[in-house]
Ligand binder design. Sequence first.
Ligand code: FAD
Ligand code: NAP
Length: 312
Amino acid sequence: MLDLAIIGGGPAGLSAGLYATRGGLKNVVMFEKGEPGGQITSSSEIENYPGQKSPGESGFDFMSTWWAQCSHFGLVHKWANIVGVRQNADKSFEILLEGGKSEQAKAVIVATGSVPRRAGFKGEDEFFGRGVSTCATCDGFFYKNKEVAVLGGGDTAIEEAIYLANIASKVYVIHRREEFRAAPTTVQKARQNEKIEFITSATIKEAYGDKSGLNGLILNTKEGERDLKVPGVFTFVGLNVNNEILKLEDGSFICKMSEGGQVDVDLKMQSSVPGLFAAGDIRKDAPKQVIVAAGDGAVAALSAMSYIESLH
Ligand code: FAD
Ligand code: NAP
């Protein structure tokens, strides 16, 4: 049986793994379905993690050293998509892997993070991956010297619009309100960029195109309908937390959840089920920042170690 199973290998899961292994836990496995690093690896830049030697480096570069450090202290990465977490009669946990296998653990830290939300306009699904994207660092280069659109008014949308303006000939930021959720300094920086045009109080009615991909967007604006002929649109309309693995067969959750579907934790990152912890974007009231996710992971690992100790 594992001492500790960590599910998710973003900043929260990796920090939990570092603290748990360095703290002396021997049998710690991090289940991550992809490369360790988490969603920040899709970001074009990060500049708000204290102590960064190169503020503004890509999220991928920023995270590139985290796994090596964890591995050095004995964290094991098991490449697996987890489909469920169940509690056994003896209060230990069963981790269900895709494909039917399972692993047993004394304690579990869930750090599955979140994924980009779909905006819901007509044609979004049809052209997803063929003009509609949620990752500027992945797909931005396809639009070199072309015009593109960005949907959303949060930090991600405005930061990625600035990034795209370095590649594209023009970036239209489409936002449904006049006010922005993004940090004022970020909005200010975007407003000073002559390649960025803001289209506010506007929504996307429809994306249109043909077999080769997206050709444009029909917008609903203050002035009426507008046809924006762009081959690419990047949608940054918020995140959905990855909580499916905590759902039981009857649709209820294994532990208490918040209204928004995040795990209800206390200051020790302890859920309502002893031995089950949550860290990072998946937990209630998460500010959705790398530094917070990393801090949560450390707290959860320390708490999990105390919990395991209390079992003896
Ligand atoms: P995540 O980073 O989401 O990691 C979760 C991991 O769990 C993923 O690797 C995923 O593959 C894995 N996983 C999920 N489900 C399963 C499963 N069932 N089985 C196995 N593995 C699973 N924050 C900042 O502080 N500064 C920034 O500048 C910044 N910029 C951002 C830019 C973008 C484009 C985005 C999308 C986010 C940005 N953020 C930024 C937010 C930051 O990335 C997140 O708050 C942080 O990554 C959350 O860490 P996490 O470990 O909780 O989750
Ligand atoms: P977010 O803050 O939730 O913003 C989502 C934006 O999309 C909002 O402007 C929202 O409009 C808009 N929106 C939502 N649904 C929409 C729809 N269906 N159609 C059109 N527009 C829609 O999401 P985010 O920008 O991805 O950020 C997520 C979290 O990560 C935040 O906590 C953020 O601070 C953090 N983050 C931090 C940094 C950083 O620290 N530098 C960088 C990136 C992300 P309304 O405003 O009208 O609701």
